[in-house]
Ligand binder design. Structure first.
Ligand code: NAD
Length: 297
């Protein structure tokens, strides 16, 4: 069994980004600029946004963190999105989800200009992804695809089973791995909460992607010998033995499954680390106008 070391790969990619920024600065261009909007006090969201801003600093990007109270109205948040859409200094921005219940997340996502949608959540980017057109790929699936590519894992003709059909992970993952080319050309089964006899599917998987949000739900008996196991889950599990009172667990029972796997991602240090750098890669693409050519001011 080999660990798919997301942390190490993320460092490698960050170093590549640093060199790109140095080149941009040397040729008189400005560094890429990411803005992140954080609404409310959700502890997991605070951790994620902090990590995104810190990663920007590490690679020499500019970053702007905009904090808003959980009581912000939908109108005010839409106005902020519009301001960021118009701001020529901001190359790309994200609105960290989840949002408070009184705000319609779809409305906010739709209001973001697809050209600045570096999370790749806007239907324009999603549709372009589905058709294989240039787009910002959603960060988590992008990170997974990049991990497969950099570890040179074969995908052609492989049976892939994706657990979970969210718009940000499961569904785009299933589309990306079924596309023509590498990494892709897989035969993909997308499982979800209504799937019958989940184990009969998972046991066929050469590549198993778990994005469910249930701690350690995937157990050894569900996994084929030699499978590549990619664990997207980040779950807080109570643990009185730790200082914080909880530990992070994936959707896969790592100790039970890893002896059967050929490759497996740890939690933390696997997919999560790749997600953050993928957002940075998208921001660099935005700054360079690689997906949507920059309009002349
Ligand atoms: P979600 O929470 O929106 O949806 C969960 C999905 O799991 C649904 O599609 C549902 O149908 C499916 N599901 C629920 N119970 C199931 C069962 N018993 N069998 C099969 N499928 C079942 O999904 P999400 O936002 O993709 O998040 C999934 C997990 O991934 C969470 O733990 C989340 O924290 C984590 N996550 C991690 C990253 C990262 O960077 N590593 C990014 C996004 C999400």
């Amino acid at each position: 069994m080999e660990i798919l070391d997301g942390k190490k790969l993320a460092e490698e990619i960050k170093n590549e980004l640093k060199s790109e920024v140095a080149e941009m600065l040397a040729s008189g261009k400005k560094a890429p600029h990411l803005a992140a909007v954080l609404v409310g006090e959700d502890p997991a969201s605070q951790v994620y946004v902090r990590s995104k801003v810190r990663s920007c600093e590490q690679v020499g990007f500019q970053s702007t963190l905009i904090r808003e109270a959980a009581t912000i109205t939908e109108e005010a948040l839409l106005a902020l999105v519009d301001k960021l859409n118009q701001d020529p200094e901001i190359d790309g921005f994200i609105v960290q989800l989840p949002l408070p219940k009184h705000i319609n997340e779809d409305k906010i996502t739709l209001a973001i200009n697809p050209e600045k949608d570096v999370d790749g959540f806007h239907p324009v980017n999603f549709g372009r992804m589905a058709q294989g057109l240039p787009c910002y790929l959603p960060a988590t699936p992008y990170g997974i695809v990049e991990m497969i590519r950099r570890y040179n894992l074969p995908t052609q003709g492989k049976e892939v089973v994706v657990l979970g059909r969210s718009n940000i992970v499961g569904t785009p993952m299933s589309i990306l791995l079924s596309r023509k080319g590498y990494p892709g050309d897989c035969t993909v089964t997308l499982c979800h909460s209504r799937t019958k006899d989940l184990t009969s599917h998972t046991r066929r998987a050469d590549i198993l992607v778990a994005a469910i949000g249930i701690p350690e739900m995937v157990t050894a008996d569900m996994v084929k010998e030699g499978a590549v196991v990619i664990d997207v889950g980040i779950n807080r599990v109570e643990d009185s033995g730790t200082e914080k009172g909880y530990r992070l667990a994936g959707d896969v029972d790592f100790d039970g499954v890893s002896p059967k796997a050929s490759y497996i991602t740890p939690v933390p240090g696997g997919v999560g680390a790749m997600t953050v750098v993928s957002l940075l890669v998208n921001t660099l693409k935005a700054a360079k106008g690689e997906i949507y050519p920059k309009k002349q001011a």
